[in-house]
Write a protein that binds this ligand. Structure first.
Ligand code: GLA
Length: 380
């Protein structure tokens, strides 16, 4: 898109370990990888925003100098969301005119956080606003929570902004301290497989916010049983409750809530072990923990779909896969795996043939891609 002044690449992300815990201030890990969203744009002097998408139909127009508008339920909401979050702290006078394009199907790779990040960076550039990396993360996250309406944590935005090639992001979403841990030279090479189930719509997709509320209810139960003062629901996080309190109270709680807490505390342990495995170059153990994380998502967090669970079971039997799990919110979309690059083609064949034997209806929409870790969102 040579006729535009600027080009931002905002990568997608995967989270091998530390899933469904960021909204409870848990420990997470992740990679940015070499597929994502491209935004080409030129600032406008009059505050107008005009956007075209090479992925979705229609064009979007609005004015950043006017008050925030209500959501319209189309792809333009992400640009309007970026305006909403930036306007909370800054005066915006310039808009952008541009084109956006995604490089992989939507579902499980946090394309929503990738586009929000790109729009935040673009509108900030147009208005001469300098944002630190953490401010970009927070602004994009605020847009997603308050404007788009998902009660999620900062995992996606953090991987997208802080990710570095050949490195694992390890982030404590409570303190917001993080480390970028370079791949140990002793660790074998790996690539990231993205396996799209073909299922793009699911009736259970809205259970994301419900699970967040269930986690908070588990926390409230534990606090009430042990006489801790309750905080308002939105300020209640599992991270604030010691594991010992969970051990004392888990039998008393309705099992549904105890399972959500079990996922949280067990994932905390897996992330700690996984970070050590990564640091010591033990990709087999790191992968194994990712498989275990997925098992806990199925059993304790109760997300997934028949399709994603089938892919997970096939992945576990595949030679050349170190480990993997559902991606994203885990209700539809994709599984991810860390794979031996020498075995990519046999992995592709085995997963495709076994999965499509079970779900022939996805013959047209099922896809596997192999990707490499990459740097975070940037001007190209
Ligand atoms: C989605 C959310 C994230 C995180 C993951 C699950 O991608 O946007 O904040 O909760 O699900 O780990």
């Amino acid at each position: 898109m040579e006729n535009h002044q600027y080009h931002i690449f905002s990568p997608y992300r995967v989270c091998p370990l530390g899933a469904h815990v960021d909204h409870q201030h848990g420990l997470v890990t992740g990679f940015a990888f070499d597929k994502g969203v491209d935004l080409w744009f030129t600032p406008t002097e009059d505050g107008s925003v005009h956007l075209k998408s090479l992925t979705f139909e229609g064009e979007i127009s609005f004015d950043v100098t006017k008050p925030s508008q209500v959501k319209e339920g189309n792809w333009g909401d992400y640009a309007r969301g970026a305006k909403y979050a930036l306007k909370k702290r800054f005066e915006l006078t310039r808009g952008i005119e541009g084109v956006i394009k995604g490089s992989l199907p939507v579902g499980g790779l946090s394309s929503s956080a990738a586009v929000l990040t790109a729009y935040v960076m673009a509108l900030a550039k147009a208005n001469n606003i300098t944002l630190s990396k953490m401010e970009v993360i927070k602004t994009a996250s605020q847009a997603e929570r308050e404007y788009i309406g998902l009660t999620n944590g900062i995992l996606d935005q953090a991987c997208i902004v802080l990710g570095e090639k050949d490195s694992l992001l390890f982030l404590d979403t409570d303190t917001e301290q993080y480390r970028i841990i370079k791949k140990n030279p002793r660790m074998p090479e790996f690539e990231i497989a993205i396996i799209f189930s073909g299922l793009t719509r699911s009736l259970v997709s809205s259970d994301y916010n419900l699970r967040v509320a269930e986690c908070k209810t588990a926390a409230w139960n534990m606090m009430a049983y042990t006489g801790m003062p309750l905080k308002s629901f939105d300020k209640t996080y599992l991270r604030d409750i010691p594991k010992e309190t969970y051990d004392l109270t888990k039998e008393k709680m309705p099992p549904r809530f105890a399972r959500r807490a079990e996922h949280f505390y067990s994932e905390y342990k897996r992330v700690r072990k996984g970070v050590t495995a990564w640091e010591t170059g033990n990709l087999n153990l790191f992968g194994q923990l990712s498989f275990e994380s997925c098992q806990s998502s199925i059993k304790n967090y109760e997300c997934g779909s028949e399709e994603l669970i089938a892919i997970y079971n096939i992945m576990k039997q595949c030679d050349g896969i170190y480990g993997g799990r559902f991606s994203g919110a885990g209700f539809k979309g994709a599984c991810i795996a860390l794979v031996d690059p020498a075995k990519k083609e046999q992995i592709r064949e085995q997963i495709t043939s076994e999965y499509l034997r079970m779900f022939p209806e996805y013959t047209e929409s099922f896809e596997i891609h192999f990707c490499k870790t990459d740097d975070g969102a940037r001007f190209v």
